[in-house]
Design a protein around this ligand. Structure first.
Ligand SMILES: [Zn+2]
Ligand SMILES: [Zn+2]
Ligand SMILES: [Zn+2]
Length: 167
């Protein structure tokens, strides 16, 4: 079955080359940090790599465990600081409803965080539709509301889980 154009990438297939996603994310992080004159320290780079370990969002303590499994003795504050840095660079989004973090596939361009979250497998896919931002800003303006974080988190079932449920 062919996916509709422009929608194919939202939830990558389960057999896609995820090593490529990770390599790509780290490369873009290096570029963005270089452009900002910020340093992608070893800790920041490791935290970003753990966030990108899959397309399912991860919690800060999950990241801390993975970090320390490699022989480190990092404190939670170290992970939170690295995450704050990565978020400020647009490399990572925080998903409030899950209290978890996920890598951004299009860092370096300002956008709200609009996500489809699978409640079966935990995968999250980012929507890239400027209309959503515009609608939020329009509604906020009419309400005299100043937007800090235009976060949208939609829960449901991803294509892979829907297929599993059907067959
Ligand atoms: Zn991937
Ligand atoms: Zn993003
Ligand atoms: Zn799923």
């Amino acid at each position: 079955m062919m996916a509709a154009p422009g929608r194919a990438e939202a939830f990558p297939s389960r057999d896609h080359d995820h090593g490529h996603c990770i390599a790509d994310a780290l490369l873009r992080a290096e570029e963005i940090c270089a452009r900002k004159g910020a340093r992608l320290t070893r800790i920041r780079r490791s935290v970003l790599a753990f966030v990108w370990e899959s397309h399912a969002p991860v919690g800060a303590y999950g990241i801390l465990e993975r970090l320390n499994a490699e022989g480190g003795r990092s404190a939670p504050i170290t992970v939170y600081r690295a995450l704050d840095f990565l978020i400020s660079c647009g490399l990572v989004h925080r998903l409030a409803s899950l209290n978890a973090y996920t890598g951004c596939g299009v860092p370096g361009q300002p956008h709200g965080a609009h996500f489809l979250i699978c409640t079966d497998c935990g995968a999250a896919a980012e929507l890239h539709d400027p209309e959503i931002d515009r609608a939020i800003l329009r509604g906020a303006e009419e309400a005299g509301f100043s937007v800090k974080a235009p976060v949208v988190e939609v829960q449901g079932q991803c294509p892979g889980c829907r297929e599993g449920a059907a067959g």
